[in-house]
Design a binder for this molecule. Structure first.
Ligand code: IPM
Ligand code: MN
Length: 357
C-alpha cells in the first residue's frame, strides 16, 4: 500500500524524535511492501517564526488531504509570552478542530522492563496497570465560549464555558465502548455530575449508550475520585471515557504512574480513518538538538497510526514487539536510564528498534 503522511516535526525535540519514527516506519515499509510518503508541514513555534501564525492554512489543507498526520511536539519558552491565540498550543487545538478529531486515545501501560521507574509502591502495581483514556478532544472548556473583560468598576473578569451537546458525548462514548469490547470489557465514565450541568448530561448520555453494550461492564465515577483511585488501585481501570479537560489532567496522571512519560503514544481520531498521532510528552526544549531524547513514544505513535488509520495490525505489532525487545535487552535513553542498563542516544534507539523489524 502507498500512504501519504503529513509530518509536523514541530519544536524542541520534535524533529529528532520524528526522524526516528520515520526510520522505523521506512523499515516497516521495506519489510511489508508499503511505501510511506512524507510531506513536512509547519505548526507551532516554527510556524510562528516562519509565517507569523501557529497554524498556516497550507498545513490544514495538506493534513486534510493526507492519509494520516504524524506530530512530534510543539511549544517552547521562546513563544510563551505571546497572546493565547498566537501561542504554539493554539496550533495544536486548531488542527484538532480542523480535522474534527473528537476522540483522543491515550494508553497507559506499565511496561514490565520499566516497572522500576513506576513511582507507586509495588503492592499497588503488582496487579499491573493497563488502561486507556478516551478523551473528548474538541469540546468542553477548550472550545466553549470564552471572554476576558474589564467591567465598569475596573474589575477584570475571565471565563471559559464547559459546554457539550448530546451527540458529542454519544460519539465519544461509542468509541470507548467499542474499544472496551476489544480489551477488558469495562468502561468507567468520568464526570463531575454532583456539580456540573455538562456532567449531568454526560452521565445521562453515557448511560444510554451503555445500554447498547450489555456485554461491557459500565460504571460512572466522579473525576476527583478517579484521580484518587488512579494512585490507589489503577488495576481496576480498563477504558476510561471523559470530557476534554478532565481527560487532559487524568492522562498526565496516568502516564506518570507508568513511570515513563517518554514512552506513551496517542492517537486522535474523527469519524473516518484520518488521524493525528503524537507522543503525549512535550517538546523538552532543555535537551533539544542534543540527540538525547527518547523517541519511543513517537515510534509507538506510528504503531497506533498503522493500526487505526491504515488497518495494518501485523505491522503495528511488529513495532511494539521490537520496542519491547530493545527494552528487554537493556537499552535505555537517559530519561528511563537505571543502573546496569545501556544508555543510548535518540538515533541509536531508533536504529535498534528499526533493526528488530
Ligand atoms: C495535551 C496537551 C495540550 C492539551 C496542550 C499543549 C494544548 O497538554 O495534548 O494533553 O491541553 O490538550
Ligand atoms: Mn495535556
Amino acid at each position: 500500500m502507498n500512504k501519504k503522511i503529513a509530518v509536523i516535526k514541530g519544536d524542541g525535540i520534535g524533529p529528532e524524535i520524528v526522524d526516528e519514527a520515520e526510520k522505523v516506519l521506512n523499515k516497516v515499509g521495506e519489510k511489508f511492501g508499503h511505501t510511506f510518503e512524507y510531506t513536512d508541514v509547519l505548526m507551532g513555534g516554527c510556524a510562528i517564526d516562519a509565517t507569523g501564525v501557529p497554524l498556516p492554512q497550507e498545513t490544514i489543507d495538506i493534513c486534510l488531504a493526507s492519509d494520516s498526520v504524524l506530530l512530534g511536539a510543539v511549544g517552547g519558552p521562546k513563544w510563551d509570552t505571546l497572546p493565547g491565540n498566537l501561542r504554539p498550543e493554539a496550533g495544536l487545538l486548531g488542527i484538532r478542530g480542523a480535522m474534527k478529531l473528537f476522540a483522543n486515545i491515550r494508553p497507559a501501560k506499565l511496561i514490565p522492563a520499566l516497572a522500576g521507574a513506576c513511582p507507586l509502591k509495588e503492592e499497588i502495581t503488582k496487579n499491573g496497570l493497563d488502561l486507556v483514556i478516551v478523551r473528548e478532544l474538541i469540546g468542553g472548556a477548550y472550545f466553549g465560549a470564552r471572554d476576558t473583560h474589564v467591567d465598569e468598576n475596573g474589575v477584570k473578569h475571565a471565563s471559559d464555558s464547559m459546554a457539550y451537546a448530546d451527540y458529542e458525548i454519544e460519539r465519544i462514548c461509542r468509541v470507548a465502548f467499542d474499544m472496551a469490547r476489544k480489551r477488558g470489557k469495562k468502561v468507567h465514565s468520568v464526570d463531575k455530575a454532583n456539580v456540573l450541568d455538562s456532567s449531568r448530561l454526560w452521565r445521562e448520555v453515557a448511560h444510554k449508550v451503555a445500554e447498547e453494550y450489555p456485554d461491557v461492564e459500565f460504571q460512572d465515577i466522579l473525576v476527583d475520585n478517579t484521580a484518587m483511585q488512579l494512585v490507589h488501585n489503577p488495576a481496576q481501570f480498563d477504558v476510561m471515557v471523559t470530557e476534554n479537560l478532565f481527560g487532559d489532567i487524568l492522562s498526565d496522571e496516568a502516564s506518570m504512574i507508568t513511570g515513563s512519560l517518554g514512552m506513551i503514544p496517542s492517537a486522535s481520531l474523527g469519524e473516518g480513518t484520518l488521524g493525528l498521532y503524537e507522543p503525549i510528552h512535550g517538546s523538552a526544549p532543555d535537551i533539544a538538538g542534543q540527540n538525547k531524547a527518547n523517541p519511543l513514544a513517537t515510534i509507538l505513535s506510528v504503531a497506533m497510526m498503522l493500526r487505526y488509520s491504515f488497518d495494518m495490525g501485523e505491522e503495528a505489532d511488529a513495532i511494539e514487539k521490537a520496542v519491547d525487545e530493545v527494552l528487554a535487552e537493556g537499552y535505555r535513553t537517559g530519561d528511563i536510564m537505571s543502573e546496569g542498563m545501556k544508555c543510548v542516544s535518540c538515533s541509536e534507539m531508533g536504529d535498534l528498534v528499526a533493526q528488530k523489524i
